[in-house]
Design a protein around this ligand. Structure first.
Ligand SMILES: Nc1nc2c(ncn2[C@@H]2O[C@H](COP(=O)(O)OP(=O)(O)OP(=O)(O)O)[C@@H](O)[C@H]2O)c(=O)[nH]1
Ligand SMILES: [Zn+2]
Length: 231
């Protein structure tokens, strides 16, 4: 996403999103840096509400279970591709692909870099974080929303894929909340692993405290022993 969204969520409610349709479905053999291999179907779409090139990875057989496992993964070039330890995106992506492939489900790779503010703005925010601001304060200081993500396109993708009921893999309550507002039947929320490093511990703290991500805080366990909260 190149342009910064206006402040605040443009959250949709109700069931009024236009219908999207599948454009292309193609098989891709995936191979991760640690050697894990799995085959996915990559699916593209016509008619997504925000005009972004979001991609679905269909893993295993989503029809084998009444509520397939689904992850809405927000793009993070630095974490997903370069392996940055400033955040936990790369390990979450790797974990999600394997967990979803095991049970059958879908990973939606959403082009929401920097929680929707874009790559350049995220790197500007990193510079402010290095000067002492937390991950959300840095966005605000740039005149940008703390979290600009809207999941309307994700709901459209799920509908186009024929997925109604699902279990959602996330620690972020806003993802389940927005999907439910959009008419998606989120049966259960399954926490992701929490991948703490010395480099991302402040970032994880901020997510738990500011946006209520279900991440156990190190006051209880120590930074090396983070865990997700049950539920
Ligand atoms: N603006 C901003 N975005 C960041 C920063 N660090 C990571 N991101 C972006 O945050 C997004 C991931 O959001 P997170 O808050 O880590 O996690 P989440 O998607 O809300 O929740 P989970 O589903 O539990 O992973 C990706 O788009 C990253 O590019 C940061 O310091 N500032
Ligand atoms: Zn990241």
């Amino acid at each position: 996403m190149d342009a910064a969204p206006s402040a605040g969520h443009s959250r949709s409610s109700g069931h009024s999103s236009p219908t999207a349709s599948i454009r292309t479905r193609v098989t891709i053999p995936l191979r991760f840096a640690d050697g894990y291999e799995v085959t996915a179907d990559a699916v593209t779409f016509h008619g997504l509400a925000d005009g972004e090139e979001h991609v679905a990875l269909v893993l295993g057989d989503p029809t084998a279970t009444p509520a397939p496992l689904v992850r809405l993964h927000s793009e993070c070039l630095t974490g997903d591709v370069f392996g940055s330890a400033r955040c936990d995106c790369g390990p979450q992506l790797r974990e999600a692909v394997e967990r979803i492939a095991t049970t059958g489900g879908v990973l939606l790779y959403l082009r929401q870099e920097g929680r929707g503010i874009g790559l350049y703005n995220k790197l500007d925010a990193y510079a402010l974080q290095d000067a002492g601001l937390d991950t959300y304060e840095a966005n605000t200081a740039l005149g940008l929303p703390e979290d600009g993500r809207d999941y309307t396109a994700a709901a459209q993708m799920l509908t186009a894929l024929g997925i109604g009921d699902l279990d959602l893999l996330t620690n972020n309550p806003d993802k389940a909340g927005q999907l439910r507002d959009l008419g998606v039947s989120v049966r259960h929320v399954r926490p992701t692993g929490v991948f703490a490093t010395d480099s991302n511990v402040r970032y994880l703290h901020a997510k738990a405290e500011r946006t209520h991500h279900t991440i156990a805080l190190p006051e209880q366990a120590g930074p090396g022993a983070f865990s997700t909260l049950a539920g």
